[in-house]
Design a protein around this ligand. Sequence first.
Ligand SMILES: C[S@@+](CC[C@H](N)C(=O)[O-])C[C@H]1O[C@@H](n2cnc3c(N)ncnc32)[C@H](O)[C@@H]1O
Length: 357
Amino acid sequence: MATVEQTSLDMARLEAFVFRAVDEVGATLNTALVVMGDRLGLYKALAGAGPLTPTELAERAGAAERYVREWLNAQAAGGYVEYDPESGRYTLPPEQALALTDSDSPAYLPGFFQIALGSVIDSPRIAEAAETGEGVGWHQHNHDVYEGCERFFRPGYNANLISTWLPALDGVVEKLEQGVSVADVGCGHGSSTILMAKAYPNSTFVGSDYHEGSIETARQRAAEAGVDNAEFQVAPASGFTGEKYDLVTMFDCLHDMGDPVGAARHVRDAIAKDGTWLIVEPLAGDRVEDNLNPVGRAYYGFSTLLCTPASLSQEVGLALGAQAGEARIRDVVTSGGFMRFRRAAETPFNLVFEARP
Ligand SMILES: C[S@@+](CC[C@H](N)C(=O)[O-])C[C@H]1O[C@@H](n2cnc3c(N)ncnc32)[C@H](O)[C@@H]1O
């Protein structure tokens, strides 16, 4: 049997796969190198500085030259910086400079790498859990997962939430402008809550999350932003307090919950009769084959290491996964007692749903 398999091997395909793996190992290591460059301020020191030698970059960033030189060569080999052999200088192209240093840009990337690194750091624990099927809660991860998550999602919220997603909901912006009450459930570090609270000063916002550490950070972030119309509570989605909310929001968290149907039921109880539930979920098609692309690959990866274990760690453990898709989300929402459900918007990374009682 083994002989038959061996003779049917396509050696060219095998070689191509091995070389692809070389690229992937380089990319895996580059995740740590991007986080390193971000932490040491190497990209910021390179951005707009023109061609620099390793010594000049090391001086600007206040880092050790020998590390900086090796890091620069890895960055050049990966196409993150350009190298001029004649002068021995390295340049960060403007597109990379924007994506790696401008935290206001929708293309800002360091958070994406940071949450990926945090997920990989915790992966031995996930592999152990996979032997038995037990879960690993969001609260059991390392700091890079939480901060990376905040820094990864915030640029997308900055770019879309106020300008596109809320206006895509029926009559919600007018209500927010007049002044209504909003619950932002599973808010993590509160980026979405703070963004909305700043945009709609007449409305009041209650951010909640079951993870105490995230809520502490959300409170700090709100204080730093000078926001006084948002408060935060530690609560599961099935137990946040308050009633007759005109708007309930969930950003990239419904699929992380163990009992999303129970959460939907609680939202149904806590929402006003003519209220709106905004659900933002990762972009996904309903079928596996719809998601076999680079975005789906990244999301299935995060789903294996973060989202699925998070859900399995909670009661019910439905484990929708980050690539649940519209049909499954609709199922959850309507099972929770909502009569109306529609896709209101989407981006290359997100699905945006509107649910009404
Ligand atoms: C991927 S993070 C998204 C956080 C935040 N919404 C954002 O966009 O930055 C998922 C969040 O869901 C929270 N979460 C998971 N299960 C929850 C539950 N049952 N009730 C409330 N929050 C939950 C986690 O603590 C985490 O903060």
